[in-house]
Design a protein around this ligand. Sequence first.
Ligand SMILES: Cc1cc2nc3c(=O)[nH]c(=O)nc-3n(C[C@H](O)[C@H](O)[C@H](O)COP(=O)(O)OP(=O)(O)OC[C@H]3O[C@@H](n4cnc5c(N)ncnc54)[C@H](O)[C@@H]3O)c2cc1C
Length: 481
Amino acid sequence: MGVIKKREKAEAMSARKTEATADHHVVVLGAGYAGMAAAVQLAARAGRRKNLTVTLVNAQDRFTERLRLHMTATDQELAELSIPEMLEGTDARFVRGWVTAVDAGAKTVRIDDDRVLNYDTLVYGLGSVADTAAVPGVEDYAYTVNGPEEAEALAGRLAQLGSGTVVVAGSGLTGVESAAEIAERHPELDVVLVGRQEPGASMNPKARAYLRSALDRLGVRVLSGAEVVKVLPGSVELAGGDGVTAEVVLWTGGTRVSPLATAAGLAVDERGRIVTDTALRSESHPDVYAVGDAAAVRQGYGVMHGTCQGGMPTGVHAAVSIVRALEGKRPKPFRFGYYHTPVSLGRNDAVVQFTHAVERSEAAVRQAAHRAREHVRSRRPRFAADRTQQRDATERFFTAATGGDMNSLMELLSPDVTLWTDGGGKVRQALRPVVGASTVAAWFAAIGTVSYQGVEPADMRAELTEINGGPGMVFSGPDRR
Ligand SMILES: Cc1cc2nc3c(=O)[nH]c(=O)nc-3n(C[C@H](O)[C@H](O)[C@H](O)COP(=O)(O)OP(=O)(O)OC[C@H]3O[C@@H](n4cnc5c(N)ncnc54)[C@H](O)[C@@H]3O)c2cc1C
């Protein structure tokens, strides 16, 4: 115990020394859900900490909403989210480029083979892609929903077809969502979902039955207990010798990660994901944090599987841990439990299985499930506001809140608005949500005038975003701790 305390003290002293003297450069690789969450959190703190600089590296300028790529694949337009714009107003630097190597000894990152970035701490969030090497023929003859270009290519092909069969190979949740989306948007096509497992195999019987009935309603033919062993031009071959004729094959059978971590000599698991300690640092190289799909993060229930639901919290945790370490504090262990498994079944239906039902009353779970279903069915519009309109709305909201102006607040708020908040300061847990325009307006009129006294609008951060699947705004004040 004494030894640990002594070591902690020495680490803290050395961190404080570093803090006082040197600039600390954090490089974040990958601007997916996890890397972006880390970069945004770090950027918010970099402004206040003069010795922290942040560089985010990503292959594209545009933020890819990967979990919506089945919508792109069926020619539905997604919001244009520019990464440089998302970082606007912060000191974080964005570098567009393809990472070709990480030298974990020299602490450098090579981009497009010719640029080199030095780092003190690396956040590795290069995500994953469909495993196109899983069976022969996928690379040559199958489509994927790996990125916008691939999804757009599929959309183009589906639009041309007119009739014929689309095989969606892989009956995991990505396969289910994609098959449902294609069947709904292209009723003229015969969609066959082929996989080893029954769709929704990991869900409870009721959710699985619901999912299956939605696939039936959409006309998706399900072929489970079937393993695709080869993709050919115009068909897929199954284990046992049978085949399915297909004009188009979409491959969703498993994912793989970038080989860069393995090549860099970082400790990886059998799938090439970086093995982390409890604080999300690489077990072999503690100055590398691994987040999202690229990390093998062990929790009490096993290694987390790749989802954006779990990826974003890893990004936030890495950012907070880096700042803690710079302040001479030990990073806290990362803890994450899945709250629900949501599966879209086209644009007007979904099934949401709440995973911690045992900890909640049955009535509460029913109510949450009902709300989720209503939300999906109500087809709420996505934000149409551009950046200037967003800023204008934020400014008006802040002015109204600090001025206690109930009428202006009521004008700005949607009638069914819900406000989630935490206690701020030392009370960091979520408070009960406040529901309805008049209650939320009253909350701000009362609290806003007191809490934000002396605060300039420029000190406030407001982000339009989706919260629990609905349009929302995250509004945060300066950290006064
Ligand atoms: C169709 C579909 C539906 C899904 N639905 C859900 C869902 O409903 N819920 C859920 O939780 N999850 C869902 N997922 C999974 C989810 O999208 C992933 O788990 C999540 O995107 C992982 O986030 P990430 O930040 O780790 O990586 P990614 O989102 O993959 O981001 C990685 C980023 O790194 C960049 N990159 C990679 N390599 C390099 C390189 N060498 N150089 C530069 N940049 C690089 C990529 O371009 C990308 O921008 C779905 C996935 C798909 C494909």
